[in-house]
Design a protein around this ligand. Structure first.
Ligand SMILES: [Zn+2]
Length: 144
């Protein structure tokens, strides 16, 4: 984050705790927030962390407090991604569905694959799977 972005973040903070934001403060916050050079904090992460912090903490917000909040958000995201990946692995382990219309394995039926692909645009994971079971696949006993 650059100083302009940090100034905007501090303007949000100031709207919540009425602190007086000045130039030296913006400079030092920028310096502290950029200590983590391996994967720098982004403006989006910071603006998302401010309301989270004020909704969950009562302590006066320090740069450290903001960093911890951004870190927790990153960890949550990583966990969600991880469990999504795990459920995709689970999906791959189960028998392969067979389509009703053509009695082909779903990954071998171009027509039904394109139907699924179209559905993916507005459905995800479990919802898509449920939809496919209801509309596209033969009963589970027929899966191979
Ligand atoms: Zn088919």
């Amino acid at each position: 984050m650059n100083e302009v972005e940090v100034a905007k973040v501090l303007a949000m903070v100031s709207a919540l705790d009425s602190r007086n934001v000045n130039e030296p403060m913006v400079k030092m916050w920028t310096k502290v927030l950029n200590e983590n050079t391996a994967s720098p904090w982004t403006y989006d992460e910071a603006t998302a962390a401010v309301p989270t912090y004020f909704a969950t903490q009562t302590e006066y917000l320090s740069p450290r407090g903001l960093i911890v909040t951004m870190k927790q958000a990153r960890e949550r995201l990583a966990e969600e991604r991880h469990s999504r990946e795990l459920s995709e692995v689970e999906w791959r382990k189960t028998p392969e569905p067979v389509c009703r219309e053509h009695s082909k394995r779903i990954t071998h039926c171009l027509e039904c694959c394109s139907v699924l692909h179209f559905q993916v645009a507005h459905m995800a994971g479990e919802n898509l799977h449920r939809w496919a079971i209801a509309n596209l696949y033969q009963p589970e006993e027929a899966w191979v």
